[in-house]
Design a protein around this ligand. Structure first.
Ligand code: HSE
Length: 302
């Protein structure tokens, strides 16, 4: 087993899961990227973190990028003597924009790039399965790895991911609140069962969302109605639900991004007046960003 000489650099996008009716199955990669750099060194582990979460993140084996790198090295049968890691975090943490998936996918792709011939030992499908296993659900890691819009899920013990088209006219505005909500907390708020009528309505909207994103964006408002999770999570993110409701009252296709509390509104890819008006709707203390759909996913930088 040999390692490549010098540092490797990887960039990995933010992602938004659920998109309304696609709970735990639909995810979209967004034009906001973390940058990671790693190098195999003679011994030890050194970690430098700047940007989002820099004050809170551990600088040892508990660091999520390191855990993902270790998992990939184990899968490839590689044992680096030491590691140097540097993380430039841009994706906000605990906001429903896929920061943990970016860390996991970024770590796996970094480790693979550090091993000579790594792509032969760990192809994209194997890397995706490892990422989904580490994350526990595939809906963020799939678009973080493959880019674009991905339909994913679990069949028994296996995960699947199927990329689907996105109309190039589609962009998004994300409204990021100052408060954090952990995915774990948000998941504890979900009921064990839902009414059959809600499940049926949600399935219809999820199917419509695939068609709307693929080339009929005029249906995005209808297609983004959720019946399975947003309402149940209101107590963890009341201001986010209020913003979703205010925007939807004006027929803006707004949803909670992932497990929240960020709000995502579909808009146009261009800086159209409608997009500028949307950006101005951020409540006080929140930030709003107009983002493109990322079509590349995780990539190793030259
Ligand atoms: N589908 C997951 C949830 C997304 O809503 O709990 C977490 O990022």
């Amino acid at each position: 087993m040999t390692f490549v000489e010098g540092p490797v650099r990887v960039s990995v996008p933010a992602t938004s899961a659920n998109l309304g009716p696609g709970f735990d199955s639909l995810g979209l990669a967004l034009g906001l990227r973390d940058h990671l750099e790693a190098e195999v060194v003679a011994d030890g582990l050194s970690i430098e973190v700047t940007g989002a979460g820099a004050e809170q993140l551990p600088r040892d084996e508990r660091h999520l990028v390191v855990r993902a790198m270790r998992a990939a090295f184990t899968e490839m049968g590689a044992r680096p003597p030491g590691l140097r890691l540097s993380c430039g975090n841009v994706v906000p943490h605990a906001r429903g924009l896929g920061s943990s998936s970016a860390a996991i996918v970024g770590g796996l792709v970094l480790a693979r790039a550090l091993v000579a011939g790594g792509s032969l030992l760990l192809d994209d499908d194997a890397l995706f399965r490892l990422a989904a296993t580490l994350e526990g659900h595939p809906d963020n890691v799939a678009p973080a790895l493959f880019g674009g819009f991905v339909i994913s899920g679990r069949q028994d013990e296996a995960f699947f991911a199927v990329p689907s088209a996105v109309d190039p006219r589609v962009g998004v505005v994300v409204f990021v609140p100052p408060d954090l909500v952990s995915t774990r907390t948000a998941r504890t708020l979900l009921p064990a069962q839902v009414p059959h009528a809600d499940a049926a309505a949600d399935a219809g909207r999820a199917a419509l969302l695939v068609a709307a994103l693929a080339g009929q964006p005029e249906h995005l408002f209808l297609a983004t109605r959720d019946y399975l999770h947003q309402g149940y999570r209101r107590t963890a993110m009341p201001a986010s639900l209020e913003l979703v409701e205010r925007l939807r009252a004006e027929r803006v296709p707004a949803v909670i991004s992932g497990a929240g509390p960020t709000v995502l509104a579909f808009s146009e890819a261009s800086e159209a007046p409608t997009t500028r008006r949307l950006l101005a709707r951020a409540p006080q203390g929140w930030t709003a960003h107009h983002l493109a759909v990322d079509v590349e996913g995780a990539r190793v930088l030259a």
